[in-house]
Design a protein around this ligand. Structure first.
Ligand SMILES: Nc1ncnc2c1ncn2[C@@H]1O[C@H](COP(=O)(O)OP(=O)(O)OP(=O)(O)O)[C@@H](O)[C@H]1O
Length: 264
């Protein structure tokens, strides 16, 4: 692979107000540093994509935003969410994750009914009113365009759903808790193209009410779905800009080479 100057970067500050701002974030697994000096602002109610070759650090960076690296990696620097540094060790991680939810690569519904998948965490958080539980269930399923597909089998096992439906259920499960921010780590990589397209539509709709940060390997997906894109290379954010600019008019050679398929 061609050697690039990793200090060469082009990072914009979005004009919209930020939901999450990182300040000098660095992440290491033991002595292996995998994220370097990251300063990014992720705007509210927009979709931001993290792209880059395998091993560039996308998932590691994403996982810092709701403390999923705790116990695995050292994260230094600040991550601001509503004037709170969520990287502060004193933060209640359980509470934090009610505000910043995460959906993983493989759909992982609980082996419970569709309804129980959605109400489980709500009940754990003290919501017991049946009408309220039903309303949240319906709202969350409508938000991910799953309600019409499952409304007649809400008490059946979630394990009977297709991969695409199960992934949308997992997103519904996250938003049932009414978070602000949704982190998605390659949510479509295990889905067929039709389910993947449906998921992209869902994300677009959800971005009216949620801030979404998505890791994706799929550049077409990033260009279709996201408003902003950060390109990572060997743990460095090389370029961060409006998605349209990244894909049509990148400022840095490394970005251009990556998006034109010259490596990765
Ligand atoms: N739990 C871990 N322990 C040690 N090293 C890890 C761990 N997770 C990731 N790494 C290392 O951190 C670096 C970045 O990995 P990460 O998974 O964040 O990259 P990525 O860009 O998301 O890759 P991919 O697209 O393949 O998922 C890699 O060198 C990887 O081997």
């Amino acid at each position: 692979m061609q050697t690039y100057n990793l200090e060469d970067s082009y990072i914009v500050t979005p004009t919209e107000s930020a939901a999450i701002t990182t300040e000098n974030i660095e992440v290491s697994y033991g002595s292996h540093q995998v994220i370097y000096q990251t300063n990014l602002q992720f705007p509210r109610n927009k979709i931001s994509a993290l792209i880059g070759a395998s091993g560039s650090g996308k998932s590691t960076l994403l996982r810092s935003f709701n403390r999923m690296n705790d116990g695995k990696a050292n994260v230094n620097g600040q991550i601001w969410y509503r004037d709170v540094d969520i990287n502060d060790r004193k933060i209640n991680v359980y509470e934090l994750r009610k505000h910043i939810g995460m959906v993983f690569q493989r759909p992982n519904p609980f082996a419970k009914s569709i309804k129980d998948n959605l109400t489980f965490a709500l009940k754990e958080n003290g919501i017991t009113d049946k009408q309220q539980l039903s309303q949240r269930t319906e709202e969350s399923l409508i938000a991910v365009s799953l309600w019409d597909e499952v409304k007649d089998k809400i008490n059946e096992s979630a394990l009977s759903l297709s991969g695409g439906q199960a992934q949308r259920l997992c997103i519904a499960r996250s938003i049932a808790m009414k978070p602000d921010v949704l982190l998605l780590d390659e949510p479509a990589s295990a889905l067929d193209p039709i389910s993947s397209a449906k998921l992209e539509e869902t994300l677009k709709t959800l971005s009216k009410n949620y801030t979404i940060i998505i890791v994706t390997h799929n550049m077409q997906q990033a260009s279709r779905v996201s408003d902003y894109t950060a390109f990572l290379h060997m743990g460095h954010v090389i370029e961060y800009d409006l998605t349209e600019n990244i894909f049509t008019n990148p400022h840095i050679q490394t970005t251009e080479d990556y998006i034109s398929g010259n490596f990765g």
